[in-house]
Design a protein around this ligand. Structure first.
Ligand SMILES: [Zn+2]
Length: 283
C-alpha cells in the first residue's frame, strides 16, 4: 500500500475529471493526503476527505500566499492572493472533520518566489510569523507539520531549532536539498518527503545537483522516508509533461528501492509504515 503524503487533488484544474483520477488511485489502493495552501483549498481538502474513506486532509497557508506574487512555473501560472493564517477560520474548518485532518500545512518559507516590491527581509519576517502561528496550531491539535522550504533551508533549520515543535514534528515536503541539511532535519525529528523529482535524470550541464539528491536517498535512515507526488505538479520522469496524478507515487517508491538496492515491494511496505507512524490518524 502507498500513501501519497502530499497532493492537491482538490485544485481547480482537476474539477473536470477528478472522479476518473480518484478511480485510477482507488484501483491501486492509494491513500491520499490532500494538502491545502490557503483558505479555500484547505476547506475543499477537508470536504473531499470527509466524503472519501481513502482520503485525508491537511490545512494551512503556503508562504507564497502571504503577498500577491505572480507564479510562473512549468506546470502553472497564477497570481497568488494575499492571505494570513486566520486561526478562527482554520479552527472552524478543522472542526468540520477533526478525525480526517492529519497535518498542518503546507506552511513554511519560500525565498524563490518573491513579490516584486517588497524587501526580502520583510517577506521573510512575515513568512516566519505566519509559520509560527501554524506551528502553535499544530501543537494545539497534536498533528504534524507539512513544511515547504524553497531557497531557505538555513532559515528554516535555524527557526525550527529555536521554537517549540509539535511532538509529532512533521515532514519536509518535496525534499531536494543536500545531505547536510537533511541531517539537520533528521536530528530535529523530521521525516523527508520525496516526489517525482527524484526520478529525473541528472542534468548534463549540472549532474552534481541530482547526484546530491540521490546521495540523500541512499543515506536516509529507512524509517524517515516518505513518498508524495505534489500532484498536479511534478510528474515523474516516465510521465513528464503530463499532469501528475497521485498514483504516480509508485514511480517514487521504485526509484527509492533502486537507489537503495532493495526489493520494491519491501520498500513500499517500509514507506507505508513510516507514513502511518507520522500521520497517526490514518486508519
Ligand atoms: Zn504542494
Amino acid at each position: 500500500m502507498i500513501i501519497d503524503t502530499h497532493c492537491h487533488l482538490q485544485f481547480k484544474g482537476q474539477d473536470a475529471d477528478r472522479e476518473k483520477i480518484i478511480e485510477r488511485c482507488r484501483v491501486r489502493g492509494i491513500i491520499l493526503n490532500l494538502v491545502g495552501t490557503q483558505k479555500d483549498t484547505s476547506k475543499k481538502a477537508v470536504l473531499l476527505a470527509r466524503e472519501n474513506s481513502d482520503m485525508y486532509a491537511s490545512i494551512g497557508t503556503h508562504p507564497n500566499h502571504l503577498f500577491p506574487t505572480y507564479i510562473d512555473e512549468e506546470e502553472s501560472q497564477f497570481m497568488s492572493r494575499e492571505e494570513d493564517f486566520d486561526e478562527v477560520y482554520y479552527e472552524e474548518i478543522y472542526n468540520i472533520a477533526p478525525e480526517k485532518i492529519i497535518g498542518i500545512g503546507e506552511c513554511g518559507l519560500d525565498l524563490f518566489h518573491l513579490p516584486p516590491d517588497v524587501p526580502r527581509e520583510t517577506v521573510l519576517d512575515k513568512q516566519k510569523k505566519v509559520f509560527k502561528k501554524q506551528v502553535a496550531f499544530a501543537i494545539r491539535h497534536e498533528v504534524p507539520l507539512i513544511i515547504h522550504v524553497r531557497d531557505a533551508h538555513e532559515h528554516m533549520i535555524e527557526l525550527l531549532k529555536t521554537i517549540e515543535l509539535p511532538k509529532q514534528r512533521g515532514t519536509i515536503h518535496c525534499y531536494t536539498g543536500n545531505w547536510q541539511y537533511a541531517q539537520e532535519y533528521l536530528k530535529l525529528g523530521f521525516y523527508l518527503g520525496f516526489t517525482g523529482v527524484i526520478t529525473f535524470p541528472a542534468k548534463k550541464t549540472n549532474p552534481a545537483q541530482q547526484e546530491s539528491l540521490w546521495e540523500v536517498i541512499r543515506n536516509m535512515p529507512e524509517n524517515k522516508i516518505l513518498v508524495e507526488t505534489d500532484a498536479p505538479y511534478l510528474a515523474p520522469q516516465k510521465y513528464r509533461g503530463e499532469r501528475c496524478e497521485p498514483w504516480m507515487t509508485e514511480e517514487c517508491v521504485a526509484k527509492i528501492a533502486e537507489l537503495r538496492d532493495k526489493d520494491a515491494k519491501e520498500m513500499e511496505e517500509i514507506i507505508f509504515a513510516n507514513s502511518k507512524q507520522l500521520f497517526h490518524k490514518i486508519k
